[in-house]
Ligand binder design. Structure first.
Ligand code: SPV
Ligand code: MG
Length: 434
């Protein structure tokens, strides 16, 4: 009897490697190709450069392919249950125990053995032409017109868009490339990057008071963009003068930033984590709305997002004030709202989200759980939060590590004592694309 053979494609561009796999698979039986869905691909690998429909059509057109299906999960369970393939074919590149996909392979082997299915692994061909295609796909993801719209795409795909702070090429690379295997065997990674005013200023040794000007912020963004593909959300502070803001919106949009978040403060802005310990003035609803509307009118594409950040809870002006303001900001054209709090208890944030969601089911909500750090992403998502920003953890991890090494070098007058705490440069440079 003809065997049922299954293989999954998880990249967008069909190349020699896929053709090889299909040709070998066809020798084993009737081939079904699975196309990994967008939602699974962004966790497994990266954002696909072609749509699901295009990928399905491309797979279907290959010689030797009998059927194509959408594989909605990176684990093969649903596929094994519905198709019961006798053989699953995969490249042998996932069989190294340090490969992130190793847990997926192990899970698959367990499930296959439960019914007598078999895994056939083909030698992975390291072909310069295939590697070039891979590099081109990445280049394409980094292009402004592709990167810019990705945040809106992710908002549709993800229960919550996990965003990590980046303030340099290196921190951008860490955000881009960190992949973990979760307990259930699935892989996970960050979705987007936050260019924080606090961390960008801190990296330059300067206070977070809008002292680091837009030219310098753009330089940081460019450093990050040069080496990454994930979408960027810029902390735009107050947005400055409306006349300057509209100009900056166009610049950000042109270079491929996905969103700017501006906060409803005026005068000398200080970081929100100071709360009411420092003098802070909130902008009038009317003037802040004018700024939002002017920004929306300035942008040229539908991709770019202007997100309004409400500081009412930070400034202890109360829940009603926060809700009144956010409603007004949405009416003025804001594409999303960010609600901030510096309380350890997430109660006020969750009350806000529940009340806002009860009357507005679609406008994206952004939160920055720095103070209320015990809450999980899925709890936030359950209260209607769409974007979770880890706004400063990388900087806060790096500073004590650097300070302790600096102190010990001074104490010991040599580098031996600190060595065990240091990562070999050989390992660091694995992050950097040559
Ligand atoms: C930043 O990261 O610069 C922010 C978020 O604005 S917070 O520091 O929490 O105010
Ligand atoms: Mg800031």
């Amino acid at each position: 009897m003809t065997k049922r053979v299954y293989t999954c494609f998880c990249t967008a561009t069909i190349h020699k490697g896929h053709l090889n796999i299909v040709a070998r698979a066809a020798e084993l039986g009737e081939v079904t190709v699975g196309v990994l869905s967008d939602a699974a691909a962004i966790r497994y690998n990266r954002f696909p450069v072609a749509s699901e429909a295009e990928r399905l059509a491309a797979a279907k057109a290959l010689p030797g392919v009998a059927h194509v299906v959408l594989q909605r999960d990176m684990l093969y369970d649903d596929i094994l249950e519905t198709l019961r393939p006798d053989i699953v074919v995969h490249g042998d590149n996932w069989s190294r125990s340090d490969a992130p996909e190793f847990a997926i392979r192990r899970h698959l082997l367990e499930r296959l053995s439960a019914y007598g299915g078999e895994l056939v692994e083909l030698p992975y061909t390291h072909d310069p032409a295939v590697e070039k295609i891979d590099a081109l796909d990445r280049e394409r993801l980094a292009m402004p017109e592709f990167r810019r719209k990705r945040l809106r795409q992710l908002l549709k795909l993800c229960p919550i868009v996990k965003t990590l702070e980046a303030h340099s090429g290196l921190t951008g690379l860490i955000t881009e490339k960190t992949v973990v295997t979760q307990a259930d065997g699935r892989l996970d990674q960050f979705d987007a990057m936050w260019v924080s005013s606090l961390c960008d200023s801190t990296a330059k040794g300067k206070p977070d008071i809008e002292l680091v000007d837009m030219s310098s912020r753009l330089r940081t963004i460019d450093d990050i963009m040069e080496v990454t593909t994930k979408p960027i959300i810029l902390d735009g502070d107050t947005g400055g003068l409306t006349e300057h803001f509209v100009y900056n919106v166009r610049t950000l949009e042109r270079i491929g930033v996905s969103a700017v978040i501006i906060e409803d403060k005026t005068g000398l802005k200080k970081n929100s984590l100071f709360g009411t310990e420092v003098e802070q003035t909130q902008e009038s609803i009317e003037r802040f709305c004018e700024k939002i509307t002017a920004g929306k009118q300035a942008q040229r594409t539908d991709d770019f997002m202007i997100i309004a950040r409400c500081e009412s809870l930070i400034l202890e002006r109360g829940m009603e004030d926060a809700l009144t303001r956010c409603r007004a900001y949405v009416r003025a054209g804001a594409d999303g709202i960010m609600i901030h709090s510096r309380k350890k208890d997430p109660a006020e944030i969750l009350t806000f989200c529940d009340r806002f969601r009860a009357e507005d089911s679609t406008t994206p909500i952004v939160v920055v759980p720095t103070a209320f750090n015990a809450i999980t992403e899925s709890e936030l998502a359950a209260h209607g939060v769409n974007i979770c920003i880890y706004a400063n953890q990388l900087t806060r991890a790096a500073v004590p590590a650097m300070q302790s090494v600096a102190t010990d070098l001074l104490k010991h007058h040599r580098a031996l004592e600190v060595d065990a705490r240091l990562m070999p440069f050989k390992q660091i440079i694995t992050l950097i694309d040559a």
